[in-house]
Design a binder for this molecule. Sequence first.
Ligand code: GAR
Length: 198
Amino acid sequence: MASAQKNIVILISGSGSNMAAIARAADKEGWHGKWGAQVAAVISNRADAVGLELAQSLGIATAVVPHKDFASREAFDAELMARIDAHAPALVVLAGFMRILTPGFVQHYAGRLINIHPSLLPAFTGLNTHQRAIDAGCKVAGATVHEVTAELDHGATLAQAVVPVLPGDTAETLAARVLTQEHLIFPQAVRGFFERKA
Ligand code: GAR
């Protein structure tokens, strides 16, 4: 029995493969019928994000808020919040959204803002996670879905996936191996969010 509409807004900056994994899981698993949950919009800070076309091909509304058009992080985040809030979201998902968010933004979406990070947090916060894992001699790497708090790449862990680091791996080969797992754990974490709310 579907309950009230629960909109998901997904923020992307690039290829949008995690966004598509979530949208496809929502469709395949009937999230709308189960919980009223649906991907209502995909918003990018970059007009050239490949994921925008992917979202449109999945029938999802898209918007672009170019961060370069704003003089400050606060001004960008204010416009981004307005565009997100037009959908009254139950959940805001950062899926390869490569902007640091202001504390005001994070506070505004407290309890309904999640991110995927391509490392086994708390290891390797920040950028270049795969190369850093290789350089550190790690035997395993992975990805983490977590609640977003004001501190970058912190917040409660919702899901993690582990992959081996293989001899001869480059940042690219490791990233590709991790990404296949991201496509499993991210939809799983979003599903878990709505299951807990049900
Ligand atoms: C993913 O690997 C995600 O973990 C990473 O960006 C990629 C986006 O791919 N996120 C971060 O690095 C966040 N700091 P996608 O656009 O194909 O989903």
